[in-house]
Design a protein around this ligand. Structure first.
Ligand code: URA
Length: 220
């Protein structure tokens, strides 16, 4: 039997494992191979909303004067850089839905990458980012941080477009992927619901959830 591991001491810095009972419960339901696509999508959406809460924890606020029905007061509103959610096609769309519920004003970008089945290298086939991404914090979304090749390539694209503040959100990370991403982009914090044991010979995370795209869209 394969248990997920969270060897926090051995992980690179900048990794936030969002270890919350609600998230862990929902992730367990997602891991089950019998969970159908409609339930899987809903669970991913719910977990993504909870991850959105954590990844935005350090967003700066500033005080503004407002009128309540009773009086005027100084109250906090979001300040500073705006957000751009960048979905790595196609499975990133599963996280994007939940994130947009919490962050409806965020702009959205897409990076299309597929894994070469032999070399496991990331191959880009699509890129669309907002023009003003250099003025935004980008949150890159991909459920599975496996080899880390796609993640590192997506971060490189976003940085090449001028973005100076990048975060990465996934559902499950493999230690190998965390290391690859950290080695390429040590400035990029990673938010994940779990760190699993390892990658198998095909680059799948074990114990994992299988192919995230197939499970979200019911394809096989
Ligand atoms: N991509 C997936 O969808 N699943 C994995 O386990 C690894 C990469």
């Amino acid at each position: 039997m394969n248990a997920p591991t969270s060897p926090k001491a051995a992980l690179p810095p900048n990794i936030v494992v969002v270890d919350h009972p609600l998230i862990q419960h929902k992730l367990t339901l997602m891991r089950r191979s019998r969970t159908p696509a409609n339930e899987f999508r809903l669970l991913l959406r719910e977990i993504s909303m909870l991850l959105a809460y954590e990844v935005t924890r350090d967003m700066p606020t500033e005080m503004t004067e407002i009128e309540t029905p009773l009086t005027t007061m100084q109250a906090p509103i979001l300040a500073g850089k705006k957000l751009c959610l960048v979905s790595v096609l196609r499975a990133g769309g599963g996280i994007l839905e939940g994130m947009l519920e919490i962050l409806p004003a965020a702009r959205v970008g897409h990076v299309g990458l597929y894994r070469d089945p032999v070399s496991l290298a990331a191959v880009e086939y699509y890129l669309k980012l907002p023009r003003d991404i250099s003025e935004r914090t980008a949150i890159i979304l991909d459920p599975m941080l496996a080899t880390g090749n796609s993640a590192a390539a997506a971060v490189s694209e976003v940085k090449a477009a001028g973005c100076q503040s990048v975060k990465f959100v996934c559902l499950i990370a493999a230690p190998e992927g965390l290391k690859t991403l950290h080695d390429a982009h040590p400035d990029v914090p990673v938010y994940t619901a779990a760190v699993d044991s390892h990658l198998n010979d095909h680059g799948y995370i074990v114990p994992g959830i299988g192919d995230a795209g197939d499970r979200i869209f019911g394809t096989k």
